[in-house]
Design a protein around this ligand. Sequence first.
Ligand code: NCD
Length: 306
Amino acid sequence: MKRHLLEAADLDREDATLVLDTAAQIDQALAGREVKKLPTLRGRTVVNLFYEDSTRTRISFELAAKRLSADVINFSAKGSSVSKGESLKDTALTLEAMGADAVVVRHSASGAPHRLANWVRGSVVNAGDGTHEHPTQALLDAYTIRQRLGRLEGVRVAIVGDVLHSRVARSNVGLLHTLGAEVTLVAPPTLLPVGVGSWPAEVSYDLDTVLPKSDVVMMLRVQAERMNASFFPSAREYSRRYGLDARRMALLDDEAVVMHPGPMNRGMEIAAEVADSARSTIVEQVANGVSTRMAVLYLLLGGAPE
Ligand code: NCD
């Protein structure tokens, strides 16, 4: 494993598989235990540095570090000296002086974790940077797919919606490709990034033709907060063409699953009845986020498993 996890490309197939296998071992080790805690990272310090809002990712990293017995510091930009104008670099040097072994960072600027990695001695884990990458989300998604379908090689994954603003899509395309899955991006042309043709994925504008050929449908949130222009005529129109409702879900194979990284816009990209259906892995994804992040912290800080 490399020292940092900044983007999906930091993981080759062997490393990615090691993370997934380690997460599975952790799940197994903790299953049915009353005390869900391992002593592995006792005496190590993990700092969660969140400059951007987060529910699942922040809580999940915190829980992951605590379940490995690390000391955890949660730093959110609100209420810190960041609101007094302190720079990322000065914040990083402060953390460094306090001896952080790992810094988990979320930032609205694409590339912020890469900068941080130049300033600290510990490991940096990207927990989402702007519209760039969110590698641990891709790992927990891959883990969830493997758990449900038993494999990743050859699995056909449709990633649907606001690809343009989605760090989840970017990281998933990279990691799924590394792991041998076949990805198709489905979106209106206005929500696809320039240069998408060079990504290791097919592109389609028509959800109804892609669904019957998919084993996994990953719905993306329409990221209204990152939209400074109009990318589609109306929410209703978007939903009609790219939303996953019960009628569309019926086009899927019996075994196919529906994913969403959360937070969801219910009724927009995904209908409530789909999100709450037996095909949905949304709750599993959250649970798997904890074990996958435990595996990442363990491998970055504690070394390979015995
Ligand atoms: C995603 C994120 O923040 O990148 N959520 C998450 O981490 N579970 C996706 C999103 O915000 O739509």
